[in-house]
Design a protein around this ligand. Structure first.
Ligand SMILES: NC(=O)C1=CN([C@@H]2O[C@H](COP(=O)(O)OP(=O)(O)OC[C@H]3O[C@@H](n4cnc5c(N)ncnc54)[C@H](OP(=O)(O)O)[C@@H]3O)[C@@H](O)[C@H]2O)C=CC1
Ligand SMILES: O=CCS(=O)(=O)O
Length: 251
């Protein structure tokens, strides 16, 4: 069975993606920082498919490299890497943000994604045709909005990194896709608001947001297309979400 490695599998899109791939019988390497949630996933999915869990902070380049280099032969033939681990922090405007929040987003969404990609690339190239990298970007990559500051900028990095990878991977058979969701109901807002359950509820209530399974279905779709097809970017919003006019400040 093909193997998918999913970062940030302990919640939201990552967890739903693990379930989607398991449904199709894929073997799974699941990572995240919360070991107890990984253990639960292993218990839930392990009866159906082969599951290997790795407790990993994607920001730690050495730990990421050691974990990937240490994979047993049976886990090395990775067909799909889903770079999903990520977060937004700070709802305040740029001029009031704690600098640590900016660093955490850059360290996770950019450096973490790069750490995992660098470690797994040789294995994907060895797999060759049909292999893919699915990077979870965001509509925030190309749509500015107040309070997005560094978050949207990290996702713009994800988009351009995905395109640039395609150039270098030409001829390897490895595909790269930037899956860019809009508003989706996960723990995303709980993390962004630093645990404010009411803020999270307010955002999603009545908005009919995307659900984690909606994105999992798209990730599975792009990763299982015939090997000659590469979706470069897939942007998905809930029907309830659209754009606002430019904001004008008047004297
Ligand atoms: N929900 C939304 O509206 C949207 C989300 N996205 C993106 O989707 C991705 C998944 O988010 P979503 O499912 O919504 O949010 P969740 O908060 O539900 O899930 C985030 C996942 O990322 C993991 N993670 C966070 N930091 C680290 C880290 N340093 N090392 C390893 N794992 C980490 C978390 O695991 P753990 O805490 O166990 O480490 C968790 O499994 C993110 O990249 C996010 O930016 C994009 C567009 C829309
Ligand atoms: O990436 C998250 C989607 S949004 O909150 O920026 O619309």
């Amino acid at each position: 069975m093909p193997i998918a490695l999913i970062t940030g599998a302990t919640s939201g899109f990552g967890r739903a993606t693990a379930y989607r791939f398991a449904e199709a019988g894929w073997s799974l390497i699941l990572t995240g920082r919360r070991s107890e949630r990984l253990a639960t996933l292993e218990a839930e999915l392990g009866a159906k498919v082969d599951v290997l869990t790795l407790t990993l902070d994607v920001r730690d380049a050495e730990a990421v490299k050691a974990a990937i280099d240490g994979l047993d032969a049976q886990w090395r033939e990775i067909t799909c890497l889903v770079n999903n681990a990520g977060l937004a922090l700070a709802l305040e405007p740029a001029q009031r943000v704690d600098l640590n929040d900016w660093h955490t987003m850059i360290d996770t969404n950019i450096t973490g994604l790069v750490n995992v990609t660098h470690a797994v690339l040789p294995l994907l190239i060895a797999t060759g045709k049909g292999a893919s990298i699915v990077n979870i970007g965001s509509v925030a990559a190309s749509n500015p909005y107040p309070g997005s500051h560094v978050y949207g900028a990290t996702k713009a990095f994800v988009q351009q990194f995905s395109y640039n990878l395609r150039c270098d991977l030409k001829g390897s058979g490895v595909r790269v896709t930037d899956v860019a969701p809009g508003m989706a109901e996960t723990e995303f807002m709980l993390v962004r608001s630093k645990g404010d359950e009411q803020a999270s509820k307010r955002l999603y209530d009545g908005a009919n947001p995307l659900q984690p399974e909606d994105i999992a279905a798209q990730v599975f779709y792009v990763a299982t297309l015939p090997e000659h097809i590469n979706i470069n970017r897939l942007e998905i919003m809930p029907t309830s979400q659209s754009w606002s006019p430019f904001s004008i400040e008047r004297e």
